[in-house]
Design a protein around this ligand. Structure first.
Ligand code: SF4
Length: 224
């Protein structure tokens, strides 16, 4: 193995172990995290979380789940009643998405969430990120999760182009994100990436001065 490959291997191991160490101290508890046997709760949360801050979603999600804890409850809800609950998040069109998605869950899957990527992304309002998050956090499946925040952290640390502007870099990013996913503690690691992107390697003003990854990070320009 060349010195370059060994260096890259070390850098990857350092990244994964550092994110896991950091997460043990900085894990953010939200009502949709570490739900036991409740993929429906995870799926609904992931849909609400699209382009929204988790802190804002938390009270809305708790109320929604209190009123409509299962696909059967949500499928029979009035869309405008669901809109009233999620109104603090803006984006009230998600109410009709949630109701119609719940109806499909009942019609096709006896009210359960399918644990299959292709079936998940067929559901209204569910894209790749939501499908992967649901598989990982709702079904404990070892699946990498990629969104713009994860791409930012990995792009900066490994010096990959970010934001991604071409198909070659996108493939490179997807491959790297998959390689980094640990065999064990993959849920913790995926939560860790989400939390780290939100609290440390932020879009604007990343906190490089207090970053556990700093000594091996390729993007020291952020320190300027
Ligand atoms: S050193 Fe800065 S740019 Fe690098 S991972 Fe940490 S916060 Fe992000």
């Amino acid at each position: 193995m060349s010195n370059n490959s060994e260096g890259m291997l070390d850098k990857k191991s350092f990244f994964v172990s550092t994110i896991l160490d950091w997460e043990t101290v900085n894990y953010r508890q939200f009502p949709w995290r570490n739900l036991k046997d409740n993929p429906f709760g995870v799926l609904v949360a992931e849909i609400l979380l699209i382009q929204t801050f988790a802190e804002k979603v938390a009270p809305v999600y708790s109320l929604l789940m209190q009123l409509y804890p299962t696909a059967y409850d949500l499928a029979s809800a009035q869309v405008n009643a669901v809109e009233d609950v999620i109104r603090p998040l803006g984006l009230t069109y998600r109410a009709s998405q949630l109701v119609s998605m719940s109806n499909v869950l009942i019609d096709k899957y006896s009210g359960k969430v399918p644990d299959d990527y292709d079936e998940l992304i067929e559901l209204r309002g569910v894209g790749s990120y939501v499908a992967c998050s649901t598989l990982c956090f709702g079904f404990s499946r070892r699946v990498p999760i990629i969104d713009a925040n994860v791409e930012r952290v990995i792009g900066r640390f490994f010096d990959l182009q970010w934001p991604i502007r071409d198909a070659r870099t996108r493939r490179e990013m997807q491959k790297l994100v998959g390689q980094l996913l640990p065999l064990k503690r993959f849920q913790e690691y995926n939560y860790g990436l989400i939390d780290f992107a939100a609290l440390v390697c932020r879009h604007r003003r990343p906190n490089c001065g207090n970053c556990y990854l700093l000594r091996n990070c390729s993007s020291t320009r952020w320190l300027a």
